[in-house]
Write a protein that binds this ligand. Sequence first.
Ligand code: DGP
Length: 116
Amino acid sequence: MAMLPNNIFLKIIRKEIPAKVIHEDDLCLAFHDVNPQAPTHVLLIPKKEIRTHADLTDADAGVMGHLHLVAAKLAKQLGLSAGYRLVINNDEQAGQTVPHLHLHLLGGRDMTWPPG
Ligand code: DGP
């Protein structure tokens, strides 16, 4: 892990900076977003270094499926029975600010569509 770049999520994976972690396993980590956009706003990240959604390869099918299953379990645990939204911002034009692939799990309020 020592050779990995120092983006903020890699530091969280390496426990170099704190986060409110609510799930961790061999493949992923989930923690509360520091700047929540909904009453519940959790980020799910693969431990594997993947910069953007567009960088996914066939080898990542398992970890991406796993992230979705964990998101569904966490949504239940967090009481989001009325609904929730999963968002992946891919690269600059979509608003990705941290260069490590992440799922936003948002819930606890009504949401509009289309998104802004
Ligand atoms: P995105 O814009 O899709 O790249 O989302 C990045 C999210 O990461 C954004 O909602 C704020 C969150 N974030 C940035 N830095 C930190 C941090 O140090 N800790 C936590 N918990 N969240 C962070």
